[in-house]
Design a protein around this ligand. Sequence first.
Ligand code: MN
Length: 197
Amino acid sequence: MAIMLPELPYAKNALEPVISARTLEFHHGKHHNAYVTNANKLIKGTDLENMDMETIIAKTAGDADKAGIFNNTAQAFNHSFYWKCMKPGGGGAPTGLIAEKINKTFGSYEKFAEAFKTAGVTQFGSGWAWLVQDGEAIKIMKTLNADTPLAHGYTPLLTADVWEHAYYLDYQNMRPSYLAAFLDKLVNWDFVNANLK
Ligand code: MN
């Protein structure tokens, strides 16, 4: 199978109390798993069957006839990426090259954090908040539902899932509290730095 459900890069309870084991059990074990299962079902027997997720996303983006393949494959990619954006004891001000780029682009980490939270809070309905690289520049964007920066030619650096299933068990409707805790306590800046091109 071209598309796999990766193991979480930490124990299910490792992100507590910010994200509970119960949330990760459902989010990874049910939601992410369903996207992987559906994507594999949809590509089976087609010319996309043995391609990697990035290629499938590029080949199906914007094609209304392939919306099911795009949505499930993009969600499989987005979730695999999201798990790696977090680590126990992460968050707070960045280090390394991304710290320089954030200061240069946004003025300070605090201003970046406000803009990232605003992107996540103002994504109406389900979607994702992102920090992406566009050539030498970095910028914040938000995407609706399964949409992903890969489909727009950008390199993803960091993402927060703002679908309700990402936070509802722990924060109910308080998406801003989830995003604040994600930034303060979870971001894996080593992973963000490694994504810079
Ligand atoms: Mn999700």
